[in-house]
Design a protein around this ligand. Structure first.
Ligand code: ZN
Ligand code: ZN
Length: 163
């Protein structure tokens, strides 16, 4: 979904304006005053309606990660807040009537975790090297002695971070 970044906010805002007009005509007899609608690029999710400025703010990141369905669901939720500011029963009745299908905003996708570094250890005597994902403490070279022997205690040569 991240490849959608080329979609400009203006296109989506136009679609939301059309959706507002549709909702207004279908459910409110055209009596709702059109709110200002904008996207926030802060990495917060969901959206909110600000009564004082009659403004709906939606998460651009949520659109990029979850697409139009997520955004329009949140938008309808915020439109219902124009009538009912809190989340009482009347709010949800109206929200579902105008097409809200999900009660909660989708969570952000988990960040891609960077791969763990590879740790390279070496034996001080034979110079043999081993690669490990986890840090090792008291380990000695298995080639030089089958049991733990501090003489062949492995030392950390370096860490490499795979790209
Ligand atoms: Zn709400
Ligand atoms: Zn060794």
């Amino acid at each position: 979904m991240i490849s959608k970044t080329h979609v400009s906010q203006d296109i989506v805002l136009d679609q939301l304006k059309a959706e507002f007009d549709r909702l207004n005509d279908t459910y409110f007899e055209g009596r709702l005053k059109e709110p200002a609608v904008e996207f926030s690029t802060r990495k917060t999710f969901g959206g909110y309606y600000q009564k004082k400025s009659h403004r709906i703010v939606l998460s651009w990141q949520a659109y990029l990660e979850h697409g139009w369905d997520e955004t329009v669901n949140t938008f309808r939720h915020e439109v219902a807040h124009i009538i009912h500011l809190n989340h009482r029963r009347e709010f949800w009745q109206l929200a579902y009537k105008i097409g809200v299908t999900k009660k909660y905003a989708a969570p952000p996708l988990s960040r891609k975790r960077r791969p763990a570094p590879v740790l390279i250890y070496a034996c001080p005597v034979c110079g043999g090297r081993i690669h490990r994902r986890r840090r090792i403490k008291n380990s000695s070279c298995a080639r030089c002695d089958t049991k733990y022997n501090p003489r062949y205690r492995l030392y950390l040569v370096r860490e490499e971070r795979p790209l």
